[in-house]
Write a protein that binds this ligand. Sequence first.
Ligand code: SAM
Length: 232
Amino acid sequence: MNELLLSKRLACVAAQVKPGDRVADIGSDHAYLPVYLIKTKQINFAVAGEVIKGPFETAQRQVQKSQLQEQIMVRLADGLAAIKESDAIDTIVIAGMGGQLIASILENGWQNKQLKKTQRLVLQPNLDENEVRLWLSGHGFGITHEEIIEEKNKIYEVIVASPMQEAAYSEKELFFGPFLMTEKNPVFQKKWMHASHQKQNVLKRLQLAKNPRLEKIKELQKQLLWIKEVLQ
Ligand code: SAM
């Protein structure tokens, strides 16, 4: 992968950015995404935010090498603090992290009123996708699109959201993804077949334990039933 040839995962994220958007890529350790979007003329302006100094310097070097310092602002900052009001950002991308971390970055941004003007969130959690959906549904964001892809034996989901007045989801939709569970593509089926096997093994172990954790057992049984229903 490099700034002109993205991984399948990052290409899937890039495809969700609307042409001409002003983009903030939060957690931009190598700035590949903003450099790619500008080099391919999809956008003209981006912020690359990174909280750790080493990756921040890598992003800076990449932007300098690509001679895009006028169009990509690389900033050392925690989460959405990388964004200034004058950047007039429409789309925030947060990719390649756990769902809990993505939700906490969004929550901090929400508390600091940094999400007020956001038109679009493009989120790619590596796990705990339901945490991201839960945060979105609790903060007036509706899911407008979802993708699920496989790359090098790993499965990734991309969740796109926008502010929406009526955005209510069932527990099941938050768990599977409202669009993904309707589409049920082969990657989705593979993910949940695998998850079902894993959960069945955990359930067996829990049921054999001396002091079975009844709450956990009930939760797993519910999830296994959902998976069975969805994969039917
Ligand atoms: N977004 C890139 C991608 O999808 O390939 C990089 C993913 S990398 C695994 C995650 C990056 O997010 C790391 O460089 C990490 O330092 C950064 N990060 C984690 N928490 C952050 C935060 N609160 N604010 C900004 N960057 C953060």
